[in-house]
Structures are given as structure tokens and as C-alpha cells.
Unconditional design. Structure first.
Length: 195
């Protein structure tokens, strides 16, 4: 029962095993490493500073490097370093869709300043015009946003049927509220571009 096998028995066992095809779940053909060897191979050499000030400085430098990469990516449109809210082909398409046409909402800030100046002036007719202008601007922005949202939702359904488009329409509508020159990531398509 506990005796050693003879040489003949060992050879016959290995020859039977060699003739059979290898199952994917079968052993890998080499000895399993010991636990401490596997753990040392898994560990990376981390140069952690010994004092707290050096650790804080190292973390701050790493954060600055990441932020500078993100800032450059927001200027150039590099997908690798964009923040999580701007990554992916769906968000890129939404940005390009919004940037390809002129939107009413992007002129909201200049028009709001004009309306504010008109409402400050102590002339009754100008104040009435400013109130009417407010109403016109708000209705135009709401109508343009509804049309843009519906068209964008339809485009997303046809172009990305198998991907999640959750929040993409709201992302696009928030982008329309920003003036074109101030949008981040910077617009990558010219106005009038067909998508």
C-alpha cells in the first residue's frame, strides 16, 4: 500500500498519460510554485517614502501630473486621458453632434447680459422690451433643446444600439449651454459638418 513503485510501473503510467490529448483543465506541465515564491513575484517594487511629508509631496506630484495630462487631453481631445464623464465613443459622438451646428442656447450668456443692461435702464419701453426678450430667449432655448434632444436620442439609438447611452442626451444639452470657444473638451469638428 505505501511501498515504492518499481521503475516498470512508473514508465508504464507516464507512457499512458503521454498518449492522451491534453485537456485544457489539465495541469500545466510544470510544478506549482510555492506560496512565498508566487507572492514575491506578484509584489511590485514600490518606492514608498518613509516619512509623511515625502509621501504627501509624492502624492501631490502624481496628482499634478494626472491633472496636467487631463488638461492637455481636454484641449486636444485625446481619449486616453479624458475625465471619465467625457470618455468613450458615445460621448465623442455627442460632442461632435452638438458642435456641428449652431445652437440657440450657446448665445444665452451674451443675450442675458444685453437683457440685464436693458432692464437696468430707467426707460419704460426698454424695460418692456427686455421682459419680452427674456420670454423669447427662454422659449427659443427650450424649443431648440427639445428638438436637439429628440434628434440626438434618435441618432444614438441608430449608431450605438448595443452600447449604454445613459446620460448622453443630458451631457449634450449641457454642452449646448456653453459658448463654443469655452467648451471643454475643445470642439473637434467645424460647424456644418455632416455626421
Amino acid at each position: 500500500m505505501f511501498r515504492r513503485r518499481s521503475q516498470d510501473e512508473q514508465v508504464s503510467t507516464t507512457s499512458v498519460l503521454d498518449d492522451q490529448p491534453r485537456d485544457p483543465q489539465a495541469p500545466k506541465g510544470r510544478p506549482t510554485p510555492k506560496r512565498n515564491e508566487a507572492q514575491t513575484l506578484r509584489r511590485k517594487t514600490v518606492t514608498a517614502p518613509t516619512d509623511r511629508k515625502a509621501a504627501t509631496r509624492q502624492a501631490r506630484d502624481a496628482r499634478r501630473a494626472d491633472m496636467s495630462k487631463q488638461r492637455e487631453a481636454l484641449q486636444s481631445g485625446d481619449q486616453r486621458y479624458l475625465p471619465a464623464r467625457d470618455k468613450g465613443p458615445v460621448r465623442k459622438f455627442v460632442r461632435d453632434y452638438v458642435d456641428s451646428r449652431m445652437r440657440v442656447a450657446e448665445f444665452f450668456l451674451p443675450i442675458a447680459v444685453l437683457i440685464l443692461v436693458l432692464s437696468i435702464v430707467r426707460v419704460g419701453s426698454l424695460q418692456t422690451i427686455s421682459l419680452l426678450l427674456w420670454l423669447i430667449v427662454i422659449v427659443a432655448i427650450v424649443a431648440d433643446s427639445l428638438i436637439t434632444g429628440l434628434r440626438l436620442r434618435g441618432q444614438l439609438r441608430t449608431r450605438f444600439p448595443d452600447q449604454s447611452t445613459k446620460g448622453a442626451v443630458a451631457y449634450g444639452l449641457m454642452r449646448t449651454l456653453q459658448m463654443r470657444r469655452l467648451r471643454l473638451p475643445k470642439p473637434q469638428v467645424a460647424r456644418g459638418t455632416k455626421l
